[in-house]
Design a protein around this ligand. Structure first.
Ligand code: PGA
Length: 314
């Protein structure tokens, strides 16, 4: 590298100079940098010596940059901006190489999220991922106590200040055993459906709440034979002839409808719902959480479309 005189200038001198130039004042620069005014003057003096030219000129009470001063000011701003970008890049690299990602999801999302997590974890092998799967109520409890980075829900809470990103559709359907007399019937009424025994998710479940809301809005009460806290257990119970149920279509992922279960054609169904990724508005997402959120809303969506029940049951 050429033997430049500017290499003798220290970063500290450049910082002091930049502050004086930006404030057009030695006094204000000294205040900003918590230095005494003589120190500031001394630093600038030494810097002009290195440059070999005056950097400021005083006209009346006002301080002006000389031609050389203007050049140096632009150079300093450029340098500091680059250094800032460098620092951000380093923070990002550190953030993506290590750290933890904590996701909390409602039970229906478990049919899709682990599949999406696979490629992401391969891309960032150094991070620890935890995925907690619970019902709607517990997901929200985790959010209130700031236990996780991101939360996947179907129903956005109205009483909490959260950021919301739409992830994908989560339609709820009526499932029956394949041998049920209603299989194959068109436009089954809600009243007709209500004559059948039902298996419902446990209280606190978003699926349960959405189904109840629909039936209640039509003044219909269901004959609930059994409450079960698991989508898988409900599917088994339906296949075993215990009744019908309202579940997310995504619970059919992987095995498809098999020859045990069928989706009934009921008016008002499917109940149109969505999955949303939410997090508290005041929360500063970690680099890895932000990266996962972006991934989820782009590549993740695509993977979900191809592998979920939506794609498979078309
Ligand atoms: P759940 O979540 O597990 O609470 O039923 C599903 C949903 O809210 O759609």
């Amino acid at each position: 590298m050429a033997n430049l005189k500017m290499q003798n200038a220290t970063l500290h001198q450049l910082k002091v100079f930049e502050a004086v130039a930006r404030n057009s004042s030695f006094t204000r620069a000294a205040e900003e940098l918590f230095l005494t005014q003589p120190t500031v003057s001394m630093q600038v003096k030494q810097l002009s010596k290195t440059v070999g030219m005056a950097l400021f000129e005083q006209v009346g009470k006002k301080l002006y940059l000389t031609e050389s001063g203007k050049e140096l000011f632009v150079t300093c701003q450029d340098m500091f901006e680059r250094m800032e970008r460098f620092e951000m890049a380093i923070a990002n690299i550190k953030g993506l190489k290590q750290g933890a990602l904590r996701i909390s999801a409602i039970t229906t999302a478990k049919y899709v999220i682990p599949r999406i997590l696979g490629p992401f974890c391969n891309r960032y092998p150094g991070i620890d991922v935890s995925l907690t799967v619970t019902n709607h109520q517990y997901v929200l409890e985790g959010l209130s106590s700031n236990r996780n980075d991101l939360y996947i829900v179907s129903h956005v809470p109205e009483d909490l200040d959260v950021q919301v990103k739409l992830f994908m559709e989560n339609p709820l359907v009526v499932l029956a055993p394949k041998t049920h007399p209603l299989v194959g019937e068109k436009n089954i009424s809600l009243e007709r459906l209500a004559q059948e025994p039902f298996i419902m998710r446990e209280p606190g479940s978003g699926t349960r709440r959405a189904a109840q809301t629909l039936f209640e809005s039509h003044g219909i009460s269901l004959k609930v034979r059994l409450d079960l806290g698991s989508n898988e257990a409900i599917k088994q119970a339906i296949a075993g002839g215990m009744g019908l149920s309202v579940l997310s279509k995504h619970t059919m992922a992987l095995e498809g409808l098999t020859n045990q279960l069928a989706i009934l054609d009921v008016v008002e169904f499917p109940i149109a719902r969505n999955w949303y990724v939410i997090y508290p508005s005041g929360k500063q997402l970690s680099t890895i959480a932000q990266e996962f959120l972006d991934y989820l809303l782009n590549e993740g969506k695509q993977i979900a479309k191809e592998t979920s029940a939506e794609g498979l049951l078309k």
